[in-house]
Write a protein that binds this ligand. Structure first.
Ligand SMILES: [Zn+2]
Length: 300
């Protein structure tokens, strides 16, 4: 591990002892972020026993260099497992307010995604990585059919419009503080860290709507397919929902293959794990913000 997955403090490569001691110290100090992280990822009754070092090492252990498999397992468990993320749970039986909360917060995530992918292009000489990121940027800006009307953010805005919220309130709105903080983290990683850490941070989040996750143990899809049969849901909402799960727009597997390949080649598995873990906690808070935001639309 080279960076703490909570506070990004630096450790020497493979210095698991240093990271273990750091976690024990932060746990003894009752630091809410480190304590919360430990409870979620390495749950133990007592962290002051030799068992903790073993459990922490086992959480980070990547079997046969399969970083892709490790990332998928951790992501599925956190967002799509038996106890899915509350946002995913709400999406199984969505209400109008939920789509509006989704649109109001996610719009700003999409803007940051374009910037983060651009940082990766600027920071690497690997053409296959540049091509991959360019493909994502163009699809976010112009849609997969090359029409600006079909980009994900324009579909998102039209979804909100079809539910009675004008374009201006989405585009010129201000996201809630958790989304603002999460975007700051993604932007800071993009500006300061290695391009592979940026990939581990931003390109992994596309797993949420990916249909492939079912084959990786996911118990839920981002929404229940039967949602599309609901007559009260306007066509523009259905268009957006169909777009996000369309395998044609799913770049997550390609991203994970590239990340895993270069993490091995550049000896950066631990760096990517840390960037990914910090990112999914930011993503968790952003998804919570979509729910909080939806409450503001209830009854409207
Ligand atoms: Zn830390």
């Amino acid at each position: 591990m080279t960076k703490c997955p909570v506070c990004a403090e630096n450790f020497k490569k493979k210095d698991m002892d240093g990271l273990t001691k750091h976690f024990i110290m932060m746990n003894d100090r009752n630091d809410a972020f480190h304590v919360g992280w430990l409870r979620e990822y390495v749950p133990l009754d007592n962290y002051n026993t030799p068992n903790f070092a073993k459990s922490l090492a086992s959480f980070f252990s990547v079997i046969d260099g399969d970083l892709k498999g490790w990332i998928e397992r951790v992501f599925v468990e956190k967002f799509l497992g038996d106890k899915p993320h509350p946002f995913v749970e709400a999406m199984q039986k969505p209400k109008k307010a939920l789509f509006l909360g989704f649109a109001s917060e996610y719009y700003f995530f999409l803007k940051q995604k374009i910037k983060s992918c651009s940082f990766i292009i600027a920071k690497t000489d690997k053409e296959e990585v540049q091509k991959f990121e360019a493909k994502i940027i163009f699809s976010e800006l112009s849609g997969t059919n090359g029409e600006s009307a079909g980009s994900e953010s324009s579909l998102l805005v039209r979804m909100a419009e079809s539910l009675g919220v004008p374009r201006d309130s989405i585009v010129n709105g201000v996201p809630l503080p958790p989304t603002i903080h999460s975007i700051k983290l993604w932007n800071q990683v993009s500006e300061s860290d290695h391009w592979l850490e940026v990939m581990g941070s931003i390109n992994t989040l596309d797993m949420l709507p990916s249909k492939v996750m079912r084959e990786r143990g996911a118990k839920f899809d981002i929404y229940n397919k039967s949602v599309l049969d609901n007559e009260w849901i306007p066509d523009h909402v259905k268009k957006f929902l169909t777009y996000i799960v369309d395998p044609k727009n799913d770049h997550s597997q390609e991203a994970l293959t590239l990340i895993s390949k270069y993490a091995k080649e550049l000896d950066m598995i631990e760096d990517v794990q840390s960037a990914f873990l910090r990112s999914i906690d930011a993503f968790d808070r952003h998804l919570q913000a979509r729910l909080t935001r939806s409450k503001q639309f209830e009854g409207k």
